[in-house]
Design a protein around this ligand. Structure first.
Ligand SMILES: Cc1cc2nc3c(=O)[nH]c(=O)nc-3n(C[C@H](O)[C@H](O)[C@H](O)COP(=O)(O)OP(=O)(O)OC[C@H]3O[C@@H](n4cnc5c(N)ncnc54)[C@H](O)[C@@H]3O)c2cc1C
Length: 360
């Protein structure tokens, strides 16, 4: 009988899809000595490259169930991963804290109740007399904005993270194939992933991290997996108004569902929308800037300097994400509608535990 170590060293794992989820699975698994191949025809053109990188875990208001457990685990795991990945990029960082704001009294009451009931020292209600809240209300030309602050949540720069993981995977000599998989099948105890140009790649395990296209590769009816596309748009705007200094605002915040990241005194990013389609809707500026009853004058006058979108997959009829082990060497880890960046560490840990059990 082979030892567990031998099984690990001999096992070949194919990861289909190289967004944050595929890459993070490779990162987690590469530590165990497996041979790993990631396959993706378009790794720079996916929803991961459109993300804003907000890590909203600890401020999640429902503190039980699978979603909370994944968030809680990820929020604990992220700082360890960042420290580890700093060997490859010493500037990699989680920018903390994260501020959640609202101008709606009812929503604020809920937030207040949540903070009181949770009594978590990493979460606080923002004092209405604090400089931060005064600056926010001044900038948004209102008096109604209130909110909370989470010292454990924050933001990671998605582009920088993806590049750093690439550097790490290259250093670990992880194979990367720029190909599209059109079919997978199991024969004689081995998985065969067939590319569009009919190359066959054999492996012991296949992990599907290819979002919407996962259903094309498995019998989604018998495996009961349904995914629908949800498009999300973001914009970068330039503010032509000397009256407002965007750097007086928090480094990253959410205001009534919109994520905002000031980039400089005159530039900010706003995202994102939830569009149940694969074609971007028009009047994106209005959609992303109407988070207050009355738009501040500087925002009305601002101009879009960049605009982008990504298409995510949302499980239909079950919660996001889909994490399924079919017990025959096929694992599905996809359907990250929101929060793919936040949840990547916990979900990859689940995958690696399943694989180690399977091979032991
Ligand atoms: C505007 C916007 C803002 C967002 N902001 C945040 C945020 O602040 N925080 C956060 O946590 N999340 C955020 N998200 C969500 C996050 O981007 C997603 O949850 C995450 O990127 C999902 O990653 P993924 O790896 O599952 O999918 P993707 O990144 O879409 O990767 C799937 C990959 O599979 C590949 N593929 C498909 N079919 C095949 C095939 N047959 N063979 C091989 N490869 C294949 C594709 O080419 C693609 O590269 C945001 C999303 C958008 C659109």
């Amino acid at each position: 009988m082979k030892s567990i170590k031998e099984n690990f060293q001999k096992a070949h794992i194919v990861i289909i899809g190289s967004g944050i989820i595929g890459k993070f699975n490779a990162l987690e698994l590469s530590e165990f000595g497996f041979k790993i191949t990631i396959i993706d025809p378009a790794q720079h053109n996916n929803s991961s490259n459109a993300a804003l990188g907000m890590l909203m875990g600890n401020m999640y208001q429902k503190r039980r169930g699978r979603s909370w457990n994944l968030r809680k685990q990820s929020i604990e795991l992220w700082p360890k991963w960042i420290e580890y990945l700093r060997k490859f990029n010493h500037e990699l960082n989680i920018d903390k804290p994260l501020v959640q704001l609202t101008s709606n009294e009812e929503k604020f009451n809920k937030l207040e109740k949540f903070i009181h009931e949770t009594s978590d020292l990493n979460l606080r209600i923002l004092d209405q007399n604090s400089i931060l809240i005064k600056n926010i209300n001044k900038a948004f030309q209102t008096k109604n904005i209130k909110g909370i602050i989470s010292f454990k949540d924050g933001r990671i720069n998605p582009a920088s993270l993806l590049k750093t993981i690439d550097k790490y995977l290259k250093n670990k000599k992880i194979n990367f194939l720029k190909k599209e998989i059109k079919k997978i099948k199991k024969t004689n105890n081995q998985w065969i992933s067939t590319t569009k140009d009919n190359e066959e790649i054999k492996s012991d395990i296949v992990i599907l991290c290819n979002s919407l296209k996962a259903v094309d590769l498995i019998d989604s009816l018998s495996n009961n997996i349904k995914l629908k596309p949800v498009l999300g748009q973001a914009i970068e705007v330039i503010v032509n108004d000397a009256e407002v200094d965007l750097l007086s605002l928090p480094k990253q915040f959410n205001i009534d569902g919109k994520n905002i990241i000031p980039q400089s005194k005159i530039k900010l990013i706003i995202g994102s929308t939830d569009e149940y389609s694969i074609k971007p809707e028009n009047n994106i500026f209005e959609k992303l800037t109407n988070f207050l009853d009355k738009k501040p004058s500087w925002l009305s006058k601002s101009e879009i300097s960049k605009q982008w979108y990504g298409i995510r997959s949302r499980p239909d009829g079950e919660p996001s994400p889909i994490m399924k082990n079919f017990d025959n060497g096929l694992i599905v880890c996809t359907g990250f509608y929101k929060n793919g960046f936040l949840l990547a560490p916990a979900c990859s840990k689940w995958v690696s535990n399943e694989i180690r059990d399977f091979l032991s």
